[in-house]
Design a binder for this molecule. Structure first.
Ligand code: E4P
Length: 214
């Protein structure tokens, strides 16, 4: 499973990239606003750091406007893909953008049927939101499993990005479901590294090493 970071924070991206495990980055308008930055400036900075796909979300509401905005975003760097929210206008825009070789990440996916339509329109990625479905008492994990199984049945090559990941267990659920990618917030990536028994083991080995020198 590929690992993306879900943030627009440059310092966090630099740090996680330095671990050598980062395959790409997703941003969204809320994450951009949180950093008080501008989308184009932010994604061009990210492209200098990470050698992998970077999602930049369009905010247009009609297909012609999405196509125009998508073309502009794609010009920023060859690794930029255009994130469009699942709706009829996005399907139309994706058909055009994908035919021009511009990758689209269809976001705000909450059902396998939405994912199937997104893949039919030519989306390179679909982003099922696990956490936000759990929030309303439905199973994000089940929705992800169904999406992966449906895509496998037809050898659909659209990549599935498990999104809206809220805790390390969601990462395990994404991996067991067979998602191609998990896009993970910074604090969860940090939590994934740690285990109390690992910390305890390191301390014990160091202590025993010191003893053996005496
Ligand atoms: C996906 O690309 C989105 O940016 C993200 O995963 C949304 O997560 P949230 O539901 O925690 O806001």
């Amino acid at each position: 499973m590929k690992i993306f970071i879900d943030t627009a924070n440059i310092k966090m991206i630099e740090e996680i990239n330095s671990w050598g495990i980062l395959d790409g980055v997703t941003t969204n308008p809320s994450l951009i606003a949180k950093e008080g930055t501008d989308l184009k400036k932010c994604v061009s900075q990210i492209a200098k750091i990470v050698d992998g796909p970077i999602s930049a979300e369009a905010i247009s509401l009609t297909a012609p406007e999405m196509i125009k905005e998508g073309r502009e975003l794609a010009k920023i760097h060859e690794n930029i893909n255009v994130k469009l929210p699942m709706c009829i206008e996005s399907l139309k825009a994706t058909k055009v953008l994908s035919s021009e070789g511009i990758d689209v990440n269809m976001t705000l996916i909450f059902s396998p049927q939405q994912a199937i339509l997104a893949s039919k329109s030519g989306a390179r990625y679909v982003s099922p939101f696990i956490g936000r479905l759990d929030d309303i008492g439905q199973s994000g994990s089940d929705m992800l499993i169904q999406t992966v199984m449906a895509f496998r049945n037809y050898d659909i090559d659209t990549e599935i990005i498990a999104a809206s990941i809220r805790h390390p267990m969601h990462v395990i659920e994404a991996a067991i479901a067979g998602a191609d990618i998990a896009t993970i917030p910074y604090d969860i990536l940090k939590k994934m590294v740690s285990h109390p028994k690992t910390d305890e083991g390191i301390q014990l080995f160091l202590k025993d090493h010191e003893k053996s020198k005496k």
